[in-house]
Unconditional design. Structure first.
Length: 379
């Protein structure tokens, strides 16, 4: 190492320093790439494993690797980039970004229009032209499981990101509300995951693959995750963001035509779906811009990482046990009740997010500061 230390007046030392900095920069850039792939895997696990959606065919299936993974990857980073660049990074705003994320269940999968199986049959009836259970994917499941939850985990893996999203630290706090939410998420995901698992053996194989990939990517992404500023992980540059836009435009265009074309409803229903976009975008517009807080708590305690690990393990074990009952009516009742709760809760959260934005917009004119979690709350 001594040969890399700069010594004044020696050209060789300057060259060595430049080479060292170049290697560090290259390692950091590679680390960011692996960190993004890792975060994409976290999103896939939270969305497709916790719901069991990709378990039947397997995480190793080409469809999952070539399409599903990149669908989540592109949506997640598209909205994190927009959230940071626009300053709409409060928890309410992240929820609304998640609603925009979840609306891919219309144009791409057609789920909210024609049901989970694409046969026009809704799992639990309908609300107007939309499925009762299916619409919960837009207003609660994807905002939480596909966006907020994996972003909260990302902030744990890369603590400096808490400067941008300090309110996400609430999820690992000791408040009663956070404890209740964590328990509810485990109990609500477990039966759905079990029902769609394909059986204990198939579920175990999928989980083994996911855990191995997580461990490998965690090691490869370590340089970026341990950097002083993790902004590059969740905020794409100009060319990268343009690439996301092109990919998403192609994905929506091709999928709208090629995926379940019979599931497209009447033009009036399709046009009405834009009302949901209008509500979410309007809510984001009403919210004031939040600037990163330099004094925000960026330290992550071992307790928080241990808590997430334990919750993940409990969910997996519970799902494995229940997967033996995947074809039993025993699981149907809690799942049905859960979907009703999800749908109602989604509409409530949308209303609260809109109301909070309106209060900010028509308040005293002062821009609210990004809220950092109180030290006593987290510890």
């Amino acid at each position: 190492m001594s040969g890399l230390l700069p010594v004044s007046g020696h050209p060789e030392s300057v060259l060595s320093k430049d080479a060292s900095e170049g290697t560090m920069s290259e390692n950091a850039g590679t680390g960011v790439l692996f960190a993004r792939v890792l975060v994409g895997l976290v999103v896939l696990i939270c969305a497709e494993v916790f719901s069991g959606a990709s378990l039947g065919m397997g995480l190793w299936h080409p469809w999952t690797i070539l399409l599903t993974y990149w669908l989540y990857f592109a949506h997640f980073f598209f909205f994190t980039t927009l959230a940071v660049r626009t300053g709409r990074t409060s928890l309410s705003c992240l929820y609304l970004w998640g609603v925009l994320f979840g609306l891919y269940e219309s144009w791409i999968t057609k789920v909210i229009w024609c049901g989970y199986n694409g046969d026009g049959k809704f799992a639990m009836g309908h609300i107007g032209p939309y499925g009762l259970s299916e619409i919960s994917m837009v207003f609660i499941f994807h905002p939480v499981a596909s966006f907020i939850l994996p972003l909260a985990v990302t902030c744990l893996l890369c603590p400096p990101l808490r400067r941008l999203f300090p309110e996400l630290a609430w999820f690992t706090s000791k408040t009663r509300g956070a404890q209740f939410v964590r328990i509810y998420l485990v109990l609500s995901f477990a039966p759905v995951m079990a029902m769609n698992s394909g059986g204990p053996i198939n579920l175990a194989l999928n989980l083994a693959m996911a855990i191995i990939l997580l461990l490998v990517l965690l090691r490869l992404a370590r340089p970026a995750l341990s950097s002083a500023d993790g902004r590059r992980i969740v905020v794409f540059g100009r060319r990268g963001f343009a690439g996301l836009c092109v990919y998403l435009a192609l994905l929506y265009g091709v999928a709208y035509v090629a995926v379940r074309p019979a599931g497209r409803p009447a033009i009036g229903v399709q046009l009405f779906t834009f009302v949901f976009y209008g509500l979410a975008i309007g809510g984001l517009w009403f919210h004031r811009r939040r600037e990163p807080q330099p004094e925000a708590r960026t330290h992550v305690e071992k307790r928080e990482l241990h808590l997430i690990t334990v919750l993940f393990a409990v969910l997996l074990v519970l799902a494995l046990v229940l997967s033996a009952l995947r074809r039993s009516p025993v699981l149907y009742a809690p799942i049905a009740v859960n979907f009703i709760i999800w749908t109602a809760l989604g509409f409530v959260l949308t209303a609260l997010s809109l109301a909070k934005g309106i209060r900010e917009s028509f308040g005293n004119g002062e821009t609210p500061r990004q809220t950092a979690i109180d030290e006593r709350t987290v510890q």
